[in-house]
Design a protein. Structure first.
Length: 147
């Protein structure tokens, strides 16, 4: 069984904006030559093994969970002041989910698999070019049972 993380996507207004941000911003190269993105956080999750057993980070944008990315690594590192921090490495693939309303929060929280919204489709170069519903509109459509 796995557990997920949930986190606000600060500074990103849409799934398409995250996709574009990942193309142009920091990443690390794995042993296969693939670019993986990451985010840093203060604390290493205590349930690290459960997360690495198939967990994802679910992103909140404008009051709704709208996408997820599979977590492929978790490392505890030291900064320039010799202080520990956690680097969470995620797959570059962004999977859009059925929008699920979620209250505002800071940082990250554990997110049990049974509470996670269903996947819709992966965000790719092709789907980024297509007109996508605004996350707020998609959230309202989901609340009405239309999405």
């Amino acid at each position: 069984m796995h557990v997920n993380l949930i986190r606000p996507c600060v500074g990103i207004e849409s799934p398409q904006a995250l996709y574009e941000h990942q193309i142009t911003h920091r990443g690390i190269i794995d042993e296969n030559g693939d670019k993986l993105n990451f985010f840093d956080t203060r604390n290493t999750p205590k349930r690290k093994d459960e997360i690495l057993n198939g967990g994802s980070v679910y992103w909140i944008i404008k009051g709704a969970i709208v996408m997820r990315q599979t977590i492929v690594g978790i490392e505890t590192l030291l900064d320039e002041n010799n202080k520990k921090f956690c680097r969470i490495i995620k797959s570059p693939e962004i999977m859009l989910t059925v929008p699920q309303p979620h209250r505002a929060m800071q940082g990250w929280r554990y997110f049990e698999a049974e509470k996670a919204p269903a996947d819709l489709y992966p965000l790719t170069e092709e789907t980024v070019q297509q007109d996508q519903p605004d996350p707020e509109m998609a959230k309202q459509l989901a609340e009405l049972g239309l999405l």
